[in-house]
Design a protein around this ligand. Structure first.
Ligand code: LRH
Length: 489
């Protein structure tokens, strides 16, 4: 049977990859063509992404993809959300985009919320309050020469697309993370922009996932050795939106956790939940493909672990993941628990110290060994998964019968097992490469190779390796007690 090949560019917070996906009727298979580090740069102006470096990695990766044996039918790009570059009137990039963990947004969101009104803001954009939502980043840039010179705002995947094709647009799923999209009708809100002091003319026309975003510019064709006619398809360019496309859910009772640097835990809905209870619980309504809503909360995720490993490596301590997780699995249960979403964990210079401080402040003995720290992180994340999914079920009036845990975290057996035990629900782990699969599937659909969301998910379920973790009922009481210790249920 016919199989077509697509290139998925997936940029994450620590690395970028170009992956070749081969799709046929009963066939869905990925292979990594190129991986490169994504190293943020600190300048006097703050913490930035090295976008030109990332573009080079993308070009190298596309060249490798093209050399991998199959003709590349199209290219799709996804990255993390919210961050953007500004173009001047000539279409040139004005400075390096800021990293969402840059501290310049501290206190800004509160000001915007006070000016607009927290309830009005949520009613309008339906977004979880995160200090780095694009609208708050732009508010922090108010009055800068850069913003004054800007004519166009492009989110990171749209900027890469623009650099590859010359075509300007704002892909819809990622646009929904800016805080400038109207939650009810899914169009840019000139009113929100005006209230945030922004010129709505900066916001490019929206484009839907699955539509074409042009073909390669001559320089890009030359750099990648791909035909100039190679089309760049707008995929669900928000990585989480792509990951949720590839959640192999076939039943209504499914919840998902897209677990990597962040844990994004929630439900797929047909319509946003904009209630006051949802606002105070800080749930977000991001947009997915085909009119779906990603009703979820950001949980700080494996960032806590990765940052500990980075700090330990700098001190010459062992950082082998297998070994750390093995030590964690043998460490004392529930010795110390933290709220992973506490603001001090967003960008600390020293994560192990931040965790120790948090424990001390909450009257707990800080974990004494790396294994103990990792145990604390894993149990705290499992409890956060439990808390968020129980809340989501209540707020959206849905019963959750099982959890799909996708992304890099699905390889973490300890986290999967603890999440099953903490929630009392089966966890179906995998696919690990959900984001790249979602990216490839939306491209394949644009070529008519697969059908609707249900079709794509069933293909994922049939072809990808999944592993099921049953909750241990004998542990339920202990988890209830642990949740109670954090003041939640
Ligand atoms: C995950 C993610 C998440 C956003 C964050 C900035 O990579 O896109 O959905 O909230 O990065």
């Amino acid at each position: 049977a016919a199989v077509s090949a697509f290139a998925a560019v997936d940029l994450g917070a620590t690395s970028g990859r170009v992956i070749v996906g081969r799709v046929g009727r009963e066939h869905l298979e990925l292979s990594e063509a190129h991986r490169f580090p994504n190293t943020p740069v600190r300048l006097p102006t703050g913490l930035h992404w090295n976008l030109p470096g990332l573009l080079q990695g993308v070009l190298d990766g596309l060249r490798a993809a093209g050399a991998s044996g199959s003709p590349i039918a199209s290219v799709g790009i996804d990255t993390w959300a919210v961050d953007y570059g500004l173009l001047d009137a000539d279409g040139a990039l004005l400075g390096l985009p800021f990293h969402y963990r840059d501290s310049r947004t501290a206190g800004v969101a509160e000001k915007v919320r006070d000016a607009v009104g927290a309830q009005r803001l949520y009613a309008a954009n339906g977004l979880q309050h995160l200090p780095f939502n694009t609208v708050f980043q732009l508010a922090a840039a108010q009055g800068s020469a850069q913003l004054a010179a800007a004519r166009t705002l492009l989110l990171v995947p749209d900027l890469i697309t623009y650099w590859l094709t010359g075509s300007i647009g704002a892909e819809f799923t990622n646009a929904s993370t800016t805080g400038l999209l109207d939650a009810r009708n899914g169009t840019w809100s000139a009113d929100l922009a005006a209230r945030a002091g922004l010129d709505p003319a900066l916001l490019p026309p929206l484009r839907d996932p699955g539509t074409s975003a042009g073909t390669l510019l001559p320089y890009a064709a030359a750099a990648t050795a791909l035909p100039q006619a190679t089309s760049v398809t707008a995929v669900a360019s928000h990585d989480t939106a792509s990951a949720v496309v590839a959640v192999p859910a076939t039943e209504r009772g499914a919840a998902y956790i897209s677990c990597g640097t962040w844990s994004l835990a929630g439900l797929e809905l047909d319509a946003p939940v904009l209630s006051e209870a949802s606002r105070t619980a800080n749930f977000t309504n991001e947009r997915g493909v085909d009119g779906t809503v990603r009703y979820l909360r950001n949980i700080m995720g494996l960032w806590l672990l990765e940052e500990c490993r980075r700090v330990w490596a700098a001190r010459g301590l062992p950082t082998d993941l297998e070994r750390l997780l093995d030590e964690a699995s043998r460490a004392e249960p529930f010795a110390a628990l933290v709220d992973p979403d506490a603001p001090e964990f967003l960008a600390p210079a020293d994560m192990p110290a931040a965790i120790a401080d948090h424990c001390a402040r909450t009257g707990q003995r800080p974990p004494q060994s790396p294994g103990g720290v990792v145990r604390c992180i894993m149990e705290s994340l499992a409890l956060a998964h439990r808390r968020v999914l129980r809340r989501a079920a209540m707020l959206a009036d849905r019963e959750i019968t099982h959890i799909h845990l996708v992304g890099g975290g699905s390889r973490n057996e300890l986290l999967c097992r603890l999440t099953a035990d903490a929630t009392g629900l089966p966890v179906i782990a995998g696919p690990t490469e959900a984001t790249a699969l979602g990216n490839v599937l939306v491209q394949a659909r644009a070529q008519g190779l697969v059908g609707d969301l249900a079709d794509m998910r069933s293909l994922v379920a049939r072809t990808q390796h999944l592993r099921r973790y049953e909750p241990d009922p004998g542990r339920a009481r202990a988890w209830d007690a642990a949740a109670a210790r954090l003041g939640t249920s």
